[in-house]
Write a protein that binds this ligand. Sequence first.
Ligand code: AP5
Ligand code: ZN
Length: 216
Amino acid sequence: MRTILLGPPGAGKGTQAAVIVNEFHVPHISTGDIFRNNIKQGTELGKKAKDYMDQGLLVPDELVVAIVEDRLKQEDCEKGFLLDGFPRTVPQAEALDDVLKNMGISLDKVINIEVNKDNLIKRVVGRRICKDCGATYHIDFNPSVKGELCDQCEGQLYQRPDDTEETVSKRIEVYSKETQPLIQYYQKRGILAVIEGEQDIEDVSQEIVRILRGVS
Ligand code: AP5
Ligand code: ZN
């Protein structure tokens, strides 16, 4: 199964990726997570990406494409993969097409999760993440039963630095301009599935799993 999760900031891509990976046992490739790990480790890539991320802007295409290409060529991607947060621009989508073509493979499905802007802001501003295992919570919609600690591993929960109201508004604006054209890009190809992302987390998961069972 070779899939892309598309959707604006806070649509639920990371939340649903955890479910898909558990169900279909494919690697989860999140470019946002890759950058955040590089920032944490103080790498050159992390230093280059940080300013863009803090301002809610996209990291330049050439940096992102090179990382994804390397990752897709690793052995564990032979059984399929789930891309989350990539591609995010038409040039990134075209570059992905070239990489996959050279590898002799193609995409099975692109899942687009739709949520209105007011809810996106509420979701992002209230998001909390476990610093140890990366599990995602929400202070109102999906709270940890252990309060400030992770349900699963008791790690401390934190807020992403780009999860302020101001930065998320910028990220949504960038999404509309740069990423939304990809909906048409994949629709034309006949591989787009649209999911109503305002439903409960479990209902969104069920719908996605049903669609992906049809292609795997
Ligand atoms: P990235 O990490 O990809 O962030 P994003 O796309 O902005 O998406 P988010 O992680 O904010 O949201 P999500 O859809 O995963 O939502 P989640 O499941 O957590 O990118 C960050 C930055 O990195 C970018 O701004 C850019 O600078 C850079 N970058 C990354 N990739 C790049 C690329 N390809 N090119 C260039 N730059 C790149 O859910 C959100 C919250 O809502 C959670 O609290 C969750 O519990 C809750 N929630 C989820 N589903 C529901 C539901 N159904 N009902 C109620 N609450 C829900
Ligand atoms: Zn945890």
